[in-house]
Design a protein around this ligand. Structure first.
Ligand SMILES: Nc1nc2c(c(=O)[nH]1)N[C@H]1C(S)=C(S)[C@@H](COP(=O)(O)OP(=O)(O)OC[C@H]3O[C@@H](n4cnc5c(=O)[nH]c(N)nc54)[C@H](O)[C@@H]3O)O[C@H]1N2
Ligand SMILES: Nc1nc2c(c(=O)[nH]1)N[C@H]1C(S)=C(S)[C@@H](COP(=O)(O)OP(=O)(O)OC[C@H]3O[C@@H](n4cnc5c(=O)[nH]c(N)nc54)[C@H](O)[C@@H]3O)O[C@H]1N2
Ligand code: SF4
Ligand SMILES: [Mo]
Length: 678
């Protein structure tokens, strides 16, 4: 009889992190299903969870360290790889200084302790240059909300009377959120979706505002104008807990429903109806902003305008509204307080001071330029883990040129990716089933500890890797814990949750009970302690104090050579950025890249479904099969293409030279392009 075992942990095939049962036979995973006791997913899973078995045992999985040689990549022993990497890092440090060494962390290891290990390592080494996928993910929304409310709230869907999904598509990107929204709808809540496309969630909506890409600020200001004009706002909250209301109200006056229609394409009558619907549901209005509004040149101010709605409606930190999350107060691995590094000129901090100020991270696109130019100082080495920027960062031709020109480039991944192909050393990384880590579900204010279920001989978990390298580089004192379990024990030390207790509760442990209306007793986490419709902090940095609207470039100064607008990156449930293209059954379902377009545009171009078309922007060009949508699914003149395909990489077209000035986020969702039938 084979020895059977079941272990509970969290799925990390995406960042939703659903609770799973992992079934083992003689130490080998044979199946995965949902673990019902965790409140997050209550046993439900999406199709990606089971694909974790295919991923960890995939025949193409990297299991040995590889070194680039004249004959191509060759396997070398792990200890030798670490020795050589350490030796080369020390030589680069001697020659160019510690700050010439950088780290790049990707989406695949998430945002908690594994991110902080990477930060700790590079800081201990004396370099401020920590880069991550957050140069184009999450921070845009976080900054928008943090500037207004002090942090990014979680929507209280279940208690809501009106759910607003703004530039997000949960059925593909956040399956659990979809369940919560559907439960709210069953209980009578209205659903509003703001999206240029008829997305999967828009199909379910009571009201769908199909605005032109990048015009979100105009719509949000129009709603603010209507709520004020019709007295549909929370006077008392605004008076006691906010600053800048008079200025915002004055500014919003210009955004009449007719002006909003002219900017966004959403009919004035619909704007009025949207305002009436949310006013009627206030304060139980839950708003979630996705990736859609982030990748624009005026993204942050557009998101700030949306964030203002919470306070105007009195929905902030109220049941059924947007709740401010209380964090888990544990030990942190970062060293910012111990080792100040700002004087060393973190890359991009001068250009995007909010990015560095709020998140202490560098700007990847500026980093790529720095590698190529050596200005303002050389970046010569990089350790990259859990990312694939050769497909996911904008202007990937330049990204490849830069990463390929480094004196030392080390990549940790599960597979040989287009990014790994550029490396001097490729190290096999541990998957989420091969690591121990604490995870927070902000919505429930719970932590869950994940388990190390598998171990492959030469595959290191993130902690072991940083630990072993640090000890070779003379910074071992910063990595004193023997393994990730001991490290996790230390993280939990100041809390009342022990490692043993965390391990005994796979359903998670509430670290602090959920409270609403915290503003009655506590200030907001903003400079004024109030909700900031107007920001002195931004003004002092030279940005507009109010969430001012600027029309996207394709509307304000249309480029006749590039008459179409390209949205990129709409998620597909079975793929995750560049991941999972090697899962056979997924590949059968969606075999390759495609670009979505409107039937009238297709007709004008003489393009039939599946025909190859060439799309060109000022950055580059790509050929891809056309997917003709129905007339209601996408706006005329607008295209959509999902990223992550090496066969046709949309990031050959996206901008690494046009940014939102506050966040530094690149223009990826309103790219001016021309289209040819080839
Ligand atoms: N299966 C799967 N799930 C994922 C991911 C994945 O790659 N695959 N990625 C994960 C990550 S890292 C992230 S950041 C999240 C993103 O999560 P979401 O934001 O929900 O992702 P999308 O599906 O791209 O939805 C964005 C929507 O915004 C719309 N949009 C585009 N431009 C605009 C605009 O200017 N204004 C408005 N209002 N809408 C616009 C698009 O049409 C699209 O429907 O998804 C996460 N979940
Ligand atoms: N055009 C366009 N581009 C976009 C976006 C868009 O909307 N449009 N969205 C952007 C967003 S929001 C994001 S977050 C980024 C994401 O960009 P990336 O962070 O580059 O994400 P992935 O392509 O998923 O790369 C993750 C890599 O990690 C590997 N991996 C998987 N599991 C593990 C693990 O456990 N450990 C380690 N070390 N490696 C692992 C995978 O094999 C994969 O190669 O993409 C961005 N790119
Ligand atoms: S939504 Fe799917 S992939 Fe994401 S954690 Fe849940 S089961 Fe895993
Ligand atoms: Mo993201």
């Amino acid at each position: 009889m084979p020895e059977r075992e079941t272990v509970q942990t969290l799925c990390r095939m995406c960042d939703d992190r659903c609770a799973i049962n992992v079934y083992l036979e003689d130490g080998k995973i044979v199946d995965i299903d949902g673990y019902k006791e965790h409140p997050w997913n209550r046993g439900r899973l999406c199709v990606k969870a089971r694909a974790a078995v295919d991923m960890v045992y995939h025949p193409e999985r990297l299991l040995k360290p590889l070194k680039r040689t004249k004959r191509g990549f060759e396997e070398i022993p792990l200890q030798q790889a670490l020795d050589e990497i350490a030796e080369r890092l020390l030589a680069i440090k001697d020659k160019h200084g510690a700050r010439s060494i950088s780290i790049w962390k990707g989406e695949a290891i998430g945002f908690a302790q594994e991110e902080d290990m990477a930060r700790r390592f590079v800081h201990a080494l004396g370099s401020p240059n920590y880069f991550s996928n957050d140069s184009m993910c999450y921070n845009g929304r976080y900054f928008g909300y943090r500037l207004v409310e002090g942090s990014w709230p979680v929507p209280d869907y279940e208690n809501s009377r009106c759910v607003v999904i703004w530039g997000a598509n949960p059925p593909h990107a956040h399956p659990n959120m979809t369940q919560m929204i559907m439960r709210a709808r069953k209980a009578g809540a209205k659903l509003i979706v703001v999206d240029p496309r008829m997305s999967a969630i828009a199909r379910q909506a009571d009201l769908h505002a199909d605005l032109k890409p990048g015009t979100d600020g105009a719509l949000a200001l129009g709603l603010i104008q209507q709520l004020i004009e019709t007295q549909g706002y929370d006077r008392e909250f605004v008076e006691h807990y906010t600053v800048g209301f008079t200025e915002l109200a004055e500014y919003a006056k210009a955004f009449s429903p007719e002006r909003v229609e002219e900017q966004t394409g959403v009919a004035a009558a619909v704007v009025r109806e949207l305002a009436r619907t949310i006013a009627a549901a206030a304060p139980r209005v839950a708003v979630y902003v996705g990736n859609g509004p982030e990748h624009h040149e005026n993204g942050i101010n557009n998101i700030r305008a949306v964030a203002c709605l919470d306070a105007i409606l009195g929905a902030l930190d109220r049941e059924g509204g947007n709740r401010l999350v209380e964090g888990f107060k544990a030990n942190h691995l970062t060293l910012y307080d111990e080792i100040p590094l700002e004087h060393l000129g973190p890359i991009g901090a001068d250009r995007f001071p909010v990015l560095y100020g709020f998140r202490q991270e560098c700007h990847t696109m500026t980093g790529i330029n720095t590698i190529l130019s050596g200005e303002p100082y050389p970046i010569r080495a990089m350790i990259l883990t859990a990312a694939n920027p050769a497909l996911t960062n904008p202007n990937t031709l330049k990204v490849r040129e830069a990463l390929g020109s480094l004196d030392l480039f080390v990549v940790r991944d599960l597979f040989m990716t287009p990014t790994a192909e550029l490396a001097d050393y490729v190290l096999p990384a541990a998957s989420f089933l091969e690591r121990v880590e604490l995870h927070t579900h902000a919505k429930y204010q719970r932590i869950t500890m994940t388990r190390k279920i598998l171990k492959f001989p030469d595959v290191q978990d993130e902690y072991q890797f940083w630990h072993d390298l640090a000890h070779r580089l003379g910074i071992g004192e910063y990595f004193p814990w023997e393994d990730e379990t001991e490290l996790t024990r230390w993280i939990l030390e100041p809390t009342d949750i022990s490692l043993e207790r965390a391990a005994a509760h796979p359903e998670g442990i509430e670290y602090t009970p959920i409270r609403y209306r915290k503003w009655e007793k506590e200030p907001f986490n903003t400079p004024s302690g109030k909700v900031e419709f107007s920001s002195q902090y931004l003004k002092d940095l030279g940005y507009p104090a109010l969430p001012e609207y600027k029309p996207p470039a394709y509307l304000e100064s249309p480029d006749p050579e590039y008459p179409f607008v390209l949205i990129t990156g709409a998620r597909k449930l079975i793929y995750y950025h560049s991941r999972f293209r090697n899962i056979k059954r997924f590949r059968t379902a969606i075999p390759g890249p495609e670009v979505e377009l409107h039937p009238e545009d297709a007709a004008a171009l003489g393009v039939a479904d599946g025909d190859s078309i060439r799309i060109t922007s000022r950055i580059g060009s790509v050929e891809v099969p056309a997917k003709i949508k129905s007339a209601v699914e996408i706006l005329p003149g607008t295209l959509q293409m999902t990223h992550g395909w090496k066969e046709a990489n949309v990031n050959l077209l996206t901008h690494d030279d046009r940014f939102d000035p506050i966040s530094g986020f690149p223009l990826m969702k309103a790219v001016e392009v021309q289209v040819e039938n080839v």
